[in-house]
Structure formats: structure tokens, C-alpha cells
Design a protein around this ligand. Structure first.
Ligand code: DGY
Length: 320
């Protein structure tokens, strides 16, 4: 009997073809998120789901799909999936790490440089026709070269961001649940700091921790107050790591200098007041959004899914 695979949103034709070699494929939607009702209806009777980070895959979805054999997430972060519930039911959950590390690190740097040097803010001014010409104190930003970068969460992406910092001759501080060995710290040229110390010392604080109940609002009012008034917050990880309302208030009151954000607490909605602030750069969740990376993610998500269906261990299993 042929297997039935549900892909919640269309990826790339070559990947759909690859999946079709194995079974029947149903695509949920071409260019939009599925509604909850569509998702619940779409998964009915399926053996495998290839889902997006915007699909909430919880007990209700698993109930709607009792024969489910695998949940393959098209993302490295898998906070959209109830992994505990899936594990209880013996359903493997997979993700797509590694292939998006460099693209996400690049985007982190794009935001950091942009907000520090006021590129998007300047672009808005230039386009508006209100630019009056060069001035000695016009639109001054912050030196990136030689400054201090604080990386919160030191997994693959945090390390890729740190590697790029060497080219800017930066001092790199990191905070992570597990500390590296002194040899590794030396090799990577990074210094461990408890979070509160890192926040107080860094000129740029960049978030790369996974989102879990423990990291919810990791950066809230108190943490923002610890940061220098001249410092910038960069978030390309997950929106709810930051208390967005506290961030808006900190920016409005000048407690920090600016922020470069790619992710938000309630995407695609923004906290009230965020879009009105000049000193923020707001990207629409583009961390892994390059042709090359998204193709690699799609192939890896397909490979994860098919290997489970073939009875093999998938390349990237997230269940404990
Ligand atoms: C991920 O994979 O978690 C990224 O956020 C996708 O862009």
C-alpha cells in the first residue's frame, strides 16, 4: 500500500518529485499559511507530514492523523512541534540544522551592520526627498570594527557569527548553558561570561539560543536595563526570546541604542510602537532565506522524512 505524504506548503518541484518517488504527495498551500482547520483536515489519513515553522503540530494534529509515522520540520528550530507528545506516541520528529547556519549568520551580520551604521534609516531618508546633504555630524552611527560582541547561545549559528567577528577585530563574549573547554575558547577566540555580565559589557548582543519554556523572555525589562545605553540588540533566533513590549519601551526611553530584528513574538504582527521607531531594522524572518539554503533545507527535510519511512534512522532526529 502506498504511503501518503502531506507537505503543508509548496517547496521546490524537484523535492516534490523526490517525495513522489516514494508515495502520494498532497501540498497544503502554494503561497500562504494553512488555517488551523485546513491543517487538521489536510493531515487526515497521512503517514508523514513535512511542515513549516508556522504550523503548530500538537496533540490535536496528531489525533487527526492516527497513522502518522514522521513529522519533518522545514527549519532548525522546532518549537512549533510538541516533541514530548510526539515522543509519547513514538513519532519521530526531525529538523534541518547545519545547512542554514551560514545564511543565518550572514543575516545576523546584515542586521548588525545595518542598525549600527543606520543604512535602512538612511535609505528611508534618501528616498523621502528630505535629505539635505552631507554634514559633519549627520547620521552618525557606531563603529563595529574593534567593538565588543556578546553572543547569547553558542551553538552552530552563534559560532558562525563569532567566526565572522574576527574579521572585524571584535572582542567576542559568549553565554551558553554549557561552557566550552578553555582550549576551545582559545581556538575560537571567545570569552565566557554569565549572561548579566555579557549584557553589561557588549556593544552588540546577538541572540542564538533555541526557544524553549526556559528561554521564554530571556531578554526582558531587567536584562535590557543591564545593557549599555549605546548597545544594540540583534535577534535572528526566535521572537519570544525577547519581551517585545519591554524592548519597545527600552528603545523609546533610550535604554539601548537600537535593535536589528528578524523574528517577532507573534509573527507577522509586531508589538505596538515597534514599527514607529527609527533606530530599529525589521526584517521579515529572512534568516535562512536564500535560494541555496532553502533548497538544501528542503532536500534535508525530504531526506529526513523518507529515511523514517524506509525504516532508517533519519539524519536529524530531535526526539530525546
Ligand atoms: C529556522 O530554521 O528555525 C529558521 O528560523 C528558518 O528561517
Amino acid at each position: 500500500m502506498s504511503v501518503h505524504i502531506f507537505v503543508t506548503r509548496e517547496l521546490f518541484p524537484e523535492v516534490t518529485e523526490q517525495l513522489k518517488q516514494y508515495g502520494q504527495v498532497t501540498i497544503g498551500a502554494r503561497d500562504r499559511d494553512l488555517s488551523r482547520e485546513e491543517l487538521l483536515k489536510g493531515v487526515r489519513g497521512k503517514d508523514a507530514i513535512l511542515c513549516m515553522l508556522t504550523d503548530r503540530i500538537d496533540a490535536e494534529v496528531m489525533d487527526a492523523c492516527p497513522g502518522l509515522r514522521v513529522i519533518s520540520n522545514y527549519a532548525v528550530g522546532y518549537n512549533n512541534i510538541d516533541v514530548v507528545e510526539a515522543t509519547k506516541r513514538g513519532i519521530p520528529v526531525t529538523n534541518t540544522p547545519d545547512v542554514l547556519t551560514e545564511a543565518t549568520a550572514d543575516l545576523t551580520w546584515a542586521l548588525l551592520l545595518d542598525v549600527a551604521r543606520r543604512v535602512t534609516e538612511g535609505d528611508r531618508l534618501t528616498r523621502s526627498g528630505r535629505w539635505q546633504g552631507w554634514g559633519p555630524r549627520f547620521m552618525l552611527g557606531k563603529d563595529v570594527y574593534g567593538s565588543t560582541l556578546g553572543i547569547v547561545g553558542f551553538g552552530r549559528i552563534g559560532r558562525a557569527v563569532a567566526r565572522r567577528a574576527q574579521a572585524f577585530d571584535m572582542r567576542v563574549l559568549y553565554y551558553s548553558r554549557t561552557r566550552l573547554t578553555p582550549q576551545e575558547e582559545n581556538r575560537l577566540g571567545v570569552v565566557y561570561q554569565p549572561l548579566h555580565e555579557l549584557l553589561a559589557k557588549a556593544d552588540f548582543v546577538s541572540l542564538h539560543a533555541p526557544y524553549t519554556p526556559e528561554t521564554h523572555h530571556l531578554i526582558g525589562e531587567a536584562e535590557l536595563r543591564r545593557m549599555k545605553r549605546t548597545a544594540y540588540l540583534i535577534n535572528t533566533a526566535r521572537g519570544p526570546l525577547v519581551d517585545e513590549r519591554a524592548l519597545v519601551r527600552a528603545l523609546q526611553e533610550g535604554e539601548i541604542a537600537g535593535a536589528g530584528l528578524d523574528v517577532y513574538e507573534d509573527e507577522p504582527r509586531l508589538a505596538e510602537g515597534l514599527a514607529e521607531l527609527e533606530q530599529v531594522v525589521l526584517a521579515p524572518h529572512l534568516g535562512s532565506a536564500t535560494w541555496e539554503t532553502r533548497m538544501k533545507m528542503a532536500k534535508l527535510a525530504a531526506e529526513n522524512l523518507l529515511s523514517v519511512l524506509r525504516g532508517e534512522k533519519p539524519p536529524h532526529l530531535v526526539n530525546p
